[in-house]
Design a protein around this ligand. Structure first.
Ligand SMILES: *Cc1c(COP(=O)(O)O)cnc(C)c1O
Length: 365
């Protein structure tokens, strides 16, 4: 079976984790700080704050912007559930806006009609490794006095208009979960250029504790701290980011060239002045294809190719997220949900595997 994800844990990660274990300092040690420094350097932001997951990073980012009960946050329904759940965690409501069918990201043209007096922020997602359209999103936010939050969980290392993801909004969040492009097992990161948001995020991450006086609590806080064990893994992973990203992009290019002529199969489109880091390579199987999407999944599985559907259900269909739940307002999400199929694009794929996948797709019947 060619799996959809194959982890890359080198001997370097093992060595560095053992070092942390032997050092006796498992948390609040030097490696979390070092990881934060390297992350802010990568993203070109002044600050980076490590957390224990992408979800806790998102919760923190929304909290430090002052978002809470009674507020609304505009976001996409076509994403992992954590994006919208993080809004609920603050007591605010996620308000969904439909997506662009070619990028799978929130459609800026549809945002303004969902803005109300209660709207505080736009939470955009860089789905599958390609950033949302922040020039447009930031313009709308500026006009209406809203914050912009970037869910960059899937887009580490991607570029939009000569800027790195993580630097495209007021505050951004990454995930280092075990299947993301760069991993620490569980882990997250917040990036921002705003000193006040940095300070508040550090407080929220650790019980609201005054950094100078540990038993003085300045605000509500959680325990969202990253361990040095996780930081040790992520630091080694980050050293390889360019090689890993380049390989994903190389594989995507081979797929683009070989799969784009097939009737009813649509390859992913990348906006101009944008790069994708291909967290997923997601094709669309439309009704002009000679087989239904679900039959095609079974066919590929029989041929030893693992695929997955990201995401099978738009978030407005789940009861706890169903605000303004009229599927008719989301024609693109409704359609795309039935068409998407992610095929293996991880950097460990061999050329032989890549061409086997291509031939198998081409020769379906
Ligand atoms: C993975 C992911 C998250 C959540 O990150 P965790 O580290 O799993 O908490 C949030 N948003 C998106 C788009 C993701 O892909």
């Amino acid at each position: 079976m060619i799996p959809l994800v194959r982890l890359i844990i080198g001997k370097e990660e093992v060595r560095e984790v053992v070092k942390v274990l032997k050092s006796g300092q498992l948390v609040q040690g030097p490696l979390v700080q070092k990881l934060e420094k390297n992350f802010s350097k990568l993203c070109g932001t002044k600050y980076a704050i490590a957390t224990n997951s992408g979800t806790s990073a998102l919760h923190t980012a929304l909290h430090v912007l002052g978002i809470g009960p009674g507020d609304e946050v505009i976001t996409t329904p076509f994403t992992f559930v954590a994006t919208a759940n993080s809004v609920l965690m603050t007591g605010a409501k996620p308000i969904f806006v439909d997506i662009e069918k070619h990028t799978f990201n929130i459609n800026p043209k549809l945002i303004e009609r969902k803005i109300t007096k209660k709207t505080k922020a736009i939470l955009a997602v860089d789905l599958f490794g390609q950033s949302a359209d922040y020039n447009e999103i930031n313009k709308i936010a500026k006009k209406h006095g809203l914050f912009v939050v970037e869910d960059a969980a899937q887009s580490i290392g991607a570029i939009y208009s000569s800027k790195m993801t993580g630097s495209l909004a007021d505050i951004a969040c990454f995930s280092l979960y075990a299947t993301k492009n760069i991993i620490s097992g569980e882990g997250g990161m917040i990036t921002t250029n705003n000193k006040n948001l940095d300070r508040k995020s550090r407080l929220f991450r650790s019980h609201g504790q005054d950094e100078k006086n540990r038993y003085n609590y300045l605000d509500l806080g959680y325990n969202y701290r990253m361990t040095d064990i996780s930081a040790a893994i992520a630091l080694e992973q980050l050293k390889r980011i360019n090689i890993l990203t380049k390989r994903r992009q190389e594989i995507a290019k081979i797929y683009d060239e070989n799969l784009s002529g097939i009737k009813g199969l649509i390859t992913p489109k990348i906006r101009i002045s944008t790069t994708s880091v291909y967290h997923q390579y997601t094709i669309r199987i439309t009704k002009d294809f000679g087989m239904s999407r679900d039959e095609f999944v079974k066919y590929l599985e029989k041929k030893g190719i693992q695929t997955n559907i990201y995401y099978p259900t738009p978030l407005y269909r789940f009861k706890h997220l169903a605000f303004y739940n009229n599927p008719k307002s989301f024609p693109v999400s409704e359609r795309v949900e039935k068409e998407v199929l992610s095929i293996p694009v991880h950097p460990q794929l061999t050329d032989k595997e890549i061409y086997y996948i291509i031939d198998t797709i081409k020769n379906y019947e």
